[in-house]
Write a protein that binds this ligand. Structure first.
Ligand SMILES: NC(=O)C1=CN([C@@H]2O[C@H](COP(=O)(O)OP(=O)(O)OC[C@H]3O[C@@H](n4cnc5c(N)ncnc54)[C@H](O)[C@@H]3O)[C@@H](O)[C@H]2O)[C@@H](O)CC1
Ligand SMILES: Nc1ncnc2c1ncn2[C@@H]1O[C@H](COP(=O)(O)OP(=O)(O)O)[C@@H](O)[C@H]1O
Ligand SMILES: [K+]
Length: 551
């Protein structure tokens, strides 16, 4: 399982270690430099003489970057550190200077107090330094700036303009490696001022360049806020993110996580301490799914394995009945009872003669797939909603059938499986109008809100599937492929999750996440890099499970 921790947990873990004098920053920096070197080698880059640009912010993230710059310089790279703040980490700066890192200030120091004004020289020095390469002198100008950190004085204090950024852009142009140490867990709000400008300019530059640089982010791609999945503004997109102590929520949650590239966790020797903190985002791996999978034992019979009821499909969308049945049957439960309209039932039986259409006891019920919004509640669905012993998977049109009072479902095992459009409708119906686009911009937040408002677990479908439980933690599964974006693939998922709820007493959130993993994997296996139908996804479910259980 991959686990992500809030920034406050990371800080709580690092504080005693820092107080005890553990050299966390040196370890972090060494890991960043090593990751950059390893990836550069993998790309066939000759290290000695290669150029690296380290973007340095004013906090400890910048400190990591400066120490990493020093390591890289000692490995023979030609390293430039762009100092995006007037004040940067002093020990880091000293280390970088000792290692021969070329230092490039970018901000103009504030005007000195009257009555003895002195010329504002830093920008001039930066320019001069850019052309002369005299690092020591320019470092001094950055070091000796007397003003408070620009961030402390608000946005207007970041007085870099395009001209002052020119040397940074020139250094970026020349560099094969960019190390992003602008900000990490200390960032609040979207990147402002010079940092935002640099990130924007470098993103543009990278899009245009024939040979893209290797971008290594320190802790987080700068511009992401650690604790959520939203992208609050410009973010410097990374190929590799080396993150310290533990994953941050932004590195697992969509859409932020897509900015981070390949994420490497460096525990800095604090793995045990961080494991004692609450994880707010989890990502199941195959071994986790294997551990929870309901594998039948010798004493099992079909009723102990669980019976799943299906109220899915309609005259308008009969295929959903077949697809959710297929998903459930391939996932494996003792019996599938199809309880939808007669026309769809005939189609289900033609494809799956093993499905039972007689009413009877069920452990779980899938309802709503292939049923339009606004349809009345079918009797079988109403009975299941009223029976606290039945676990529910509620999809599509079924989302309208839920009780308005969230406490009604509070102790039930209920999983809602909307996509963003259906979630927007659900939230609107509960007095929180929100656009589909806003949900897609922060799926974790809105899935969580829907969980609070309904009392159910909410599995929000999308390129990354987010599962939110009313207790306030997420699962985030990114196991699928874009080929899964095909009509009916969500019906298959509902069947998979339903079969898991029928066959296991496990907590619904983790079973929903396991269902998303299996569905995603089945999609990948079925697709093999080519288009698939939802039926193909269902057909590949056993192969996905076989691979997982072989773990
Ligand atoms: N304390 C330590 O020794 C360790 C710290 N670590 C590093 O330190 C980082 C946290 O350091 P800090 O708490 O100093 O914070 P950061 O360095 O992450 O961020 C603070 C900097 O970002 C600027 N900033 C904040 N919001 C901004 C915005 N919206 N736009 C532009 N600039 C903005 C601030 O002015 C400041 O310069 C971690 O992410 C990690 O990289 C790790 O090296 C582990 C050890
Ligand atoms: N780009 C993507 N990458 C991975 N999975 C995706 C992507 N787009 C959609 N999916 C998955 O495909 C399924 C589509 O479900 P849904 O939107 O309900 O379709 P339908 O209603 O037609 O069945 C969901 O499981 C979703 O997570
Ligand atoms: K960073």
């Amino acid at each position: 399982m991959r686990l992500a921790y809030r920034a406050e947990s990371i800080r709580a873990v690092e504080a005693p270690a820092l107080a005890a004098g553990e050299p966390l920053m040196e370890r972090a920096a060494y890991a960043v430099a090593s990751a950059a070197v390893a990836e550069a080698r993998r790309r066939g880059l000759a290290l000695v003489g290669a150029r690296a640009l380290v973007l340095v912010g004013g906090g400890n993230n910048g400190g990591d970057g400066l120490f990493a710059a020093a390591y890289l310089a000692r490995r023979g790279l030609l390293v430039t550190a762009a100092l995006l703040r007037e004040r940067v980490h002093p020990e880091g700066l000293a280390a970088a200077r000792r290692a021969g890192v070329r230092l490039l200030p970018t901000t103009t120091p504030p005007p000195p107090p009257p009555p003895a004004p002195t010329p504002d020289r830093a920008a001039g020095r930066a320019d001069a330094e850019a052309s002369s390469g005299h690092s020591a002198e320019s470092a001094e100008s950055a070091d000796s700036a007397q003003g408070v950190d620009s961030a402390d004085r608000g946005e207007s204090a970041d007085r870099a303009d395009r001209a002052e950024l020119a040397p940074v852009l020139a250094a970026a142009e020349a560099a094969e490696i960019w190390v992003d140490a602008i900000a990490g867990i200390g960032l609040t709000g979207g990147l402002r001022g010079v940092s935002g400008e640099v990130a924007r300019a470098l993103n543009e530059r990278r899009e245009r360049s024939a040979v893209a640089p290797l971008v290594v982010a320190v802790d987080l791609p700068s511009g992401l806020e650690a604790d959520g999945g939203a992208v609050p503004g410009e973010v410097l997109r990374a190929d590799i993110t080396v993150t310290m102590i533990g994953l941050k929520p932004a590195l697992l949650l969509p859409p932020a996580a897509a900015e981070a590239g390949d994420v490497q966790v460096v525990d800095l020797g604090l793995a045990e301490a961080v494991a004692a903190r609450p994880a707010v985002v989890r990502r199941l791996l195959d071994a986790d799914v294997a551990d929870l999978w309901p594998v039948p034992g010798p004493a099992d019979h079909k009723y102990t394995r669980g019976v799943l009821g299906l109220v899915a499909g309609s005259d308008a969308y009969p295929g959903a009945a077949v697809l959710s049945s297929s998903g459930a049957l391939r996932t494996g439960c003792g019996m599938v009872r199809y309880l939808g309209p007669a026309g769809a039932a005939r189609m289900v039986l033609a494809r799956h003669p093993e499905v039972v259409t007689a009413p009877g006891r069920v452990q779980a019920m899938v309802m709503g797939s292939g049923i339009a919004a606004g349809e009345p509640v079918p009797e079988a669905a109403a009975q299941a909603i009223a029976d606290p012993g039945v676990a529910l998977v509620v999809d599509a049109g079924g989302l309208d059938w839920l009780p308005a009072d969230p406490t009604a479902l509070a102790r039930r095992r209920v999983v809602l499986t909307p996509h963003a459009g259906e979630l927007a409708r659900l939230l609107d119906g509960r007095g929180e109008p929100v656009e589909r686009a806003a949900i897609e911009a922060d799926p974790g937040r809105w899935a969580q809100r829907a969980a609070e408002l309904t009392g159910a677990v909410v599995l929000l479908k999308g390129p990354v599937t987010v599962v939110a439980g009313p207790e306030g933690a997420w699962y985030s599964q990114a196991d699928g492929t874009g080929w899964l974006a095909t009509a009916g693939s969500g019906d298959v998922l509902a069947g998979i999750v339903g079969a898991l709820l029928a066959g296991s007493d496990g907590p619904p959130a983790v079973l929903a996440a396991a269902g998303a993993l299996v569905h995603g994997r089945a999609g990948v296996l079925a697709a093999h890099g080519a288009p698939i139908t939802a039926s193909d996804v269902a057909a590949s479910v056993p192969e996905a499970i076989r691979g997982i259980l072989a773990h």
